[in-house]
Design a protein around this ligand. Sequence first.
Ligand code: SAM
Length: 446
Amino acid sequence: MEHYAGLDITPPAYSGSREVLDKDVFRKSIDVLAIRSPPGKVGKILKSEITRKSILDLPRVRTVVSNPRDPDGDRLVLLRASSEADLAPSVLDYLKVEAHGFENFALTLDYDYWTADDILRSFFPPELREGSPSGFAIIGHVAHLNINAEYLPYKHVIGQIILDKNKRIRTVVNKLDTIDHQFRFFKMELIAGEPDYIVEHHESNCRFTFDFTQVYWNSRLHTEHDRLIQIFQPHDVVADVFAGVGPFAVPAGVKGCGVLANDLNPNCARYLKQNVQDNRVSTGVRVYCEDGRDFIRRAVTRCFDEPFLPYTGSRMSRTQEIKVQRRQEKAPPAEVVLEPRRRISHFVMNLPDSGITFLDAFRGILADDVRKLEDVYDIMPMVHCHCFTRELERERAEADILQRVSETLGHPVGDDVSLHLVRSVAPGKEMYCISFRLPREVAFGR
Ligand SMILES: C[S@@+](CC[C@H](N)C(=O)[O-])C[C@H]1O[C@@H](n2cnc3c(N)ncnc32)[C@H](O)[C@@H]1O
């Protein structure tokens, strides 16, 4: 309970219906001490070091109001006090000189004043007050909650409060237990607002549009997306095996990378294409919709046979690119030799549940009798593979992941390897990203 020198600034205990929120119950009148001040002196009183800490300072509440009994006369400056006894002697002495005396003022706080947390705590029966479900993820205009079973009877009220208290939110959904096992998106139920699930979400300075009911999106991964995007150099080619709607692929394209982006979910591929267009990276980002294993096997040939245009430091339109290409074919500039990009520098594999099991697809991807891939792949690609582990202790987690990776590759990973703890996804379950250089023995092996 928050006390302001005798003032009880807490919402009233809820006494209305538990099915439908009765907003009137949250109206509360608080007797506040005020001083009468001539309009010309209000500024001085507000700024005074002596009174500063005694002035009422509540969010969204006006501190200086007109006197209901004398609207054209003195102003009322509201204090953090219910009576003169709450004020320090120095403050009383100062105000006796500067102001025209004290007055009681009935301050009304209502539903609009209280925060979502205040209202939820007041609304729930005492046994549910701790840990009330006010946390949610925001994806575009959608608030996404994961409500615990004991709060489910109140889900519509919870949704209503979140909707009322967050102006950007138009739709509130609760995650249901069922997950689409292949494409990793959750079933959800509408608990308040409009049934509009097509969101426009911003991440890594890019705009993403997608239907939140049909594709995977997790805002908690944004630092992981940014981390890998920072590792990519603008001249790199990146193959994103499980690209979703493009949180790695699109920003990488914006950075200048050539990107082969793939997702087996046709809805992902559809929105990925749209996001590529909306962020104007169509020339650098190519979209595929196939199984990750096939995509890994085809990526090298695709990049070799249809290389990405050289990185020139700027994003170009298709027409500009063609012009540059023609110019280079005719007379490449003597000082800067811009090579078409035929080599994949990074594979990204964010499907933590089963990503490691796809690593066998790398066996022999560079064993090609026709194309001279040894010359192009003087530097081997890095593979960034996300995965889960039940091992919570760092050394054991690393050993567990390394063992599974080596087993599926059929070869130990070399020295160029690092592991990054992405986040704890559940009690006893951590998400890691293992980054390793693809061993030559694996890629060139028959
Ligand atoms: C965990 S999500 C990651 C999406 C995105 N990369 C991100 O970071 O938000 C995994 C993605 O892999 C896709 N997927 C699942 N199985 C696949 C497969 N066999 N081949 C290709 N994509 C697959 C899913 O549709 C989903 O979009």
